[in-house]
Ligand binder design. Structure first.
Ligand code: FDA
Length: 305
C-alpha cells in the first residue's frame, strides 16, 4: 500500500456518513429490494444481465446466518417475480463460514437448491485469502450435486493457477477478477503487471478448457486480451461473458454490449451500505482514488459549461 493509499485508509473512520453515502451512491443500488429490482430492470433494458449482492458480510452467529439465508431467498423471489435477467452472488462469511463450516455448507446448499428450483445461478464470491481454500472446496463439492453454481478466482493470488486447473477439470465455472483484498506478499503477487499477466494466463486456461468463464474487469488491456484469446481459440459465445461492477466504466460496458457481447453487472444493495463501503475503502483505498478522479472529472465538466 502506497503512502497516499495509507492516508486514505486511515482517514476512513472520520469520513462523515453522508459523504460515504454520496461516494458509494453510484456503486450501490439502494437499501431495499425494490431499488435493486429497478436497477436491474434498467440494466436489462440496456442489454445487460445482472448478479445481485445483498451487502454485509459480518455474520457472527447462527441467527445472523439464518437471516442472511432468508435475505438471499427474498432476493431470488424478487428476481423471479419480476422476470429479471439476474443471478445471485453470495458470500460464505455471510452464510456462517466464521461460525462453523458445516453450518455454512448447509446454508449454501439450501440457497443453491432454492435457486435451482427457480432456474437461477448462484455465484460464490471470493473473499480474503483466509477463505480461499474453503471457498474452492465448497464450490467443488456443491457443483457435484448442483450445476447452477460457480465461484470466483483472484488473479493476484499465487495459488490461483492450481485452483483454476482443479475447477476447469471438474467443469466448475469461475468469475475471474484481479482480487480486491490487500493480501500479504507470501500469498499474493504485489506487482500490477504480474497480476495482469497472471490474469491473462488464468483466462487462457479457462477459454481453452471450454468451461464457462466470467471475465470480470474494467481494465481495457485485459478486455483486449480476452478478445484476442476468444478469437485465437475460436471460443463459442456460450462459453464466456464479460462482467463489470455497477457504476464503473459504463462507456466500456456500452461498447461491449453494442458489439454483441454478453455483459453482466454486479449489483450490490442493502441496509449495510455504510459498513460495506467503509470496509471496501479500508481494504482497497485505490477505490477512493477512482472515486476522487470521477468526482473531480464531473466538477471539471460542469465548470466548462
Ligand atoms: P483496475 O483496478 O486496474 O481498474 C481498471 C479501471 O477501472 C480503473 O482505472 C478505474 O478507472 C476503474 N475501476 C476499477 N474498479 C473500480 C471501482 N471499484 N470504482 C471505480 N472505478 C473502478 N474481487 C474479489 O476479491 N472478490 C470478488 O468476488 C469480486 N467480484 C467481482 C465481481 C465483478 C463483476 C467485478 C467486475 C469485480 C469483482 N471483484 C471481486 C473486484 C476485482 O477483484 C477488482 O478489484 C476490480 O474489478 C478492479 O480491477 P480491474 O480489473 O477493473 O482493474
Amino acid at each position: 500500500m502506497g503512502v497516499v493509499d495509507k492516508v486514505i485508509a486511515n482517514s476512513v473512520p472520520v469520513i462523515p456518513r453522508p459523504l460515504v453515502r454520496v461516494i458509494s451512491g453510484r456503486y450501490i443500488a439502494g437499501e431495499e429490494i425494490p431499488e435493486a429490482v429497478e436497477t436491474i430492470k434498467e440494466l436489462n433494458r440496456q442489454g445487460c444481465l445482472a448478479t445481485v449482492d445483498l451487502m454485509g458480510e459480518s455474520t457472527q452467529d447462527e441467527d445472523q446466518a439464518a437471516q442472511k439465508l432468508a435475505g438471499y431467498k427474498q432476493v431470488i423471489d424478487a428476481i423471479q417475480e419480476h422476470g429479471l435477467g439476474s443471478g445471485l452472488s453470495v458470500k460464505l462469511t455471510g452464510l456462517g463460514l466464521w461460525v462453523d463450516e458445516d453450518l455454512c455448507r448447509a446454508n449454501l446448499e439450501e440457497i443453491i437448491g432454492y435457486a435451482a428450483e427457480r432456474d437461477r445461478f448462484v455465484r460464490i464470491d471470493m473473499e480474503s485469502s483466509l477463505q480461499t481454500g474453503s471457498t474452492v472446496e465448497l464450490a467443488l463439492d456443491m457443483h457435484q450435486r448442483h450445476d447452477n453454481t460457480g465461484t470466483v478466482i483472484q488473479a493476484c493470488l499465487r495459488r490461483s493457477l492450481k485452483d483454476v486447473m482443479r475447477l476447469t477439470e471438474a467443469g466448475v465455472t469461475a468469475r475471474l477478477c484481479k482480487g480486491i483484498y490487500d493480501e500479504p506478499r507470501e500469498v499474493a503477487y504485489k506487482d500490477y503487471d504480474v497480476v495482469r499477466e497472471n490474469y491473462i494466463l488464468l483466462m487462457e486456461e479457462y477459454l481453452k478448457s471450454g468451461v464457462y468463464v466470467g471475465i470480470a474487469t474494467h481494465d481495457e488491456y485485459l478486455v483486449w486480451h480476452a478478445l484476442r484469446l476468444i478469437h485465437h481459440f475460436d471460443v463459442p459465445d456460450d462459453r464466456y461473458e464479460f462482467q463489470m461492477l455497477l457504476g464503473v466504466d459504463e462507456e466500456l460496458r456500452r461498447i461491449l454490449v453494442e458489439s454483441g457481447y454478453k455483459v453482466r453487472v454486479y449489483v450490490p444493495f442493502g441496509g449495510e451500505w455504510y459498513e460495506y463501503s467503509t470496509r471496501r475503502l479500508k481494504e482497497n483505498p485505490k477505490i477512493a482514488g477512482y472515486v476522487a478522479k470521477d468526482v473531480l472529472g464531473a466538477i471539471a465538466g460542469y465548470a466548462k459549461r
